[in-house]
Design a protein around this ligand. Structure first.
Ligand code: F6R
Length: 363
C-alpha cells in the first residue's frame, strides 16, 4: 500500500530511517556487532578470512563496490568485486581463505545465483549471502546469511534495499576488522546509530531537490562524479536517473575526467557532483572547476566545508555534517530523490520503468 505517497518509490525512499533502525535492531550489543546474526558457525568461519570476493548485479553490485573501499581500509585485506554475469562465465582464480559474498535484494537473480553455484565448485572458504528475502534461493544455498530487513520493495528502482545493504556491509566489515586489530568499532557503531537521525535530516532537503530536478527535464545526458567511496554512489545515482527518467547518465571517478569525459562537457551536459567532507574533497573541488571552465553546469551535493565559487553555473545543496565512513549511505538518498523528481516531471512510469523487471530470474 502506497499510503499517502504518489509512488512506491517515494514511499520506499522515505522509509529509509525506519529501515536503518530495523537493520541495526538485534544486531548490536554494547557498541559491538553480534556475530551470531550471520548464522551458526559464522565466528569460526570469519576467523579464517584472508580475502573477500563480492559478486552481485546492478544496485547490489554498487553496494559491493562501496564495501570494497571499507574492507580494504578498515579490515586491511584484499577485496574484489565483480558483476555476476561476468564472474560466472570466466575462469576465476580463488586464493585460499577467500570469503565469497553475494548481495541481492531478491535472492533470485539468475546471474548471482549461478555465480554462487559456480563458486561452490571452487575452494572458497565459505559463502555469505546478504539478502532481503529470507528463504530465497540465494539464502538457502549459502552457508551464512544476513537479512537486510528492508521490507518488501515494490518500486523496480532499488532504493531502501541499497541503503540497507550498505549498513549490513558495514556490519560485515566490522566483524572482519576486529580480527585484524581494528579498534574503531564502537565509534563506527555509534555513527551507525546516528544514521537514522541524519537520514531524516537529508530527507528534509526534499523541496530543494525537487526544484533542482526541473533543470534536468529537457536534458538528454548527465554526468555523475564522485571519488573514493563516493564513486560507486555516483554510479548508483546515474543508474537511478537512467532507469526511471530515461536520461542517459554516466558516472565517472572525478579523477578520470581529463582522460576523456571532459570532452563531453558543455551547457547541455549537467554534471552532478557529490562532495562530502573527506580527504579527497580538495581534489574533487579542482575537478569541478575544470567542469565549470568548460561551460558545464554543476549540480552539487556537498558538505558545508566544500569551497566552491558561487555562480549561475552552480546549483548547490548543502548536506548536514556526516562522518566520512557514513557518507556513501547518506549521500545516496538525495540522488534517489533527484532521479525520482526528474522522472515525475517527465511523466515516466516511476514504479514500473519500461523494459525492466523487479526480479531478473532469467539471464
Ligand atoms: C536497480 C535495480 C537492479 C537490481 C539488480 C539486482 O535499481 O533494481 O539493478 O539491483 O537487478 O537485483 P537483486 O538485488 O535482486 O539481485
Amino acid at each position: 500500500d502506497k499510503g499517502l505517497y504518489r509512488h512506491y518509490m517515494l514511499k520506499e525512499i522515505y522509509e529509509q530511517p525506519d529501515v536503518i533502525a530495523r537493520v541495526l535492531e538485534g544486531r548490536i550489543h554494547q557498541g559491538h556487532v553480534l556475530e551470531q546474526v550471520f548464522g551458526s558457525g559464522a565466528s569460526e568461519l570469519f576467523d579464517q578470512v584472508k580475502m573477500v570476493q563480492i559478486v552481485a548485479c546492478g544496485t547490489s553490485y554498487n553496494a559491493g563496490v562501496v564495501a570494497r573501499y571499507w574492507i580494504e581500509k578498515l579490515v586491511g585485506i584484499p577485496c574484489m568485486v565483480e558483476v555476476a554475469s561476468e564472474f560466472r562465465y570466466r575462469k576465476t582464480v580463488c586464493m585460499p581463505g577467500t570469503l565469497f559474498i553475494t548481495i541481492s535484494q531478491s535472492g533470485e537473480t539468475a546471474d548471482t545465483l549461478s555465480a554462487l553455484r559456480e563458486a561452490k565448485e571452487q575452494n572458497y572458504l565459505g559463502f555469505l549471502s546478504i539478502c532481503n528475502v529470507a528463504g530465497s534461493s540465494l539464502v538457502r544455498e549459502s552457508d551464512l546469511a544476513i537479512m537486510t530487513n528492508a521490507g518488501p520493495e515494490i518500486g523496480v528502482a532499488s532504493t531502501k534495499a541499497f541503503t540497507s545493504q550498505l549498513v549490513v556491509l558495514m556490519l560485515t566489515t566490522l566483524v572482519l576488522a576486529r580480527r585484524y586489530g581494528f579498534d574503531g568499532e564502537q565509534e563506527i557503531v555509534a555513527q551507525l546509530e546516528q544514521l537514522i537521525d541524519l537520514t531524516e535530516q537529508v530527507l528534509a532537503l526534499d523541496p530543494q531537490i525537487q526544484k533542482m530536478a526541473e533543470h534536468f527535464v529537457d536534458k538528454h545526458h548527465a554526468l555523475f562524479l564522485g571519488r573514493g567511496t563516493i564513486y560507486p554512489v555516483a554510479v548508483e545515482g546515474a543508474l537511478k536517473l537512467k532507469e526511471i527518467s530515461y536520461i542517459h547518465a554516466e558516472a565517472y571517478p572525478a579523477g578520470e575526467l581529463k582522460h576523456g569525459p571532459l570532452a563531453l562537457v558543455d551547457e547541455d551536459m549537467p554534471v552532478v557532483a557529490i562532495a562530502p567532507n573527506n580527504s579527497l574533497l580538495e581534489k574533487l573541488q579542482a575537478n569541478l572547476e575544470e567542469v565549470r571552465a568548460r561551460g558545464g553546469k554543476l549540480f552539487l551535493f556537498a558538505d558545508s566545508k566544500a569551497q566552491v565559487k558561487p555562480g549561475n553555473d552552480l546549483e548547490l545543496i548543502t548536506l548536514p555534517d556526516v562522518p566520512t565512513v557514513m557518507a556513501p549511505i547518506i549521500y545516496s538518498i538525495p540522488l534517489q530523490l533527484l532521479a525520482y523528481y526528474v522522472a515525475c516531471l517527465k511523466g515516466t512510469d516511476v514504479d514500473q520503468p519500461r523494459n525492466l523487471a523487479k526480479s531478473v530470474t532469467v539471464e
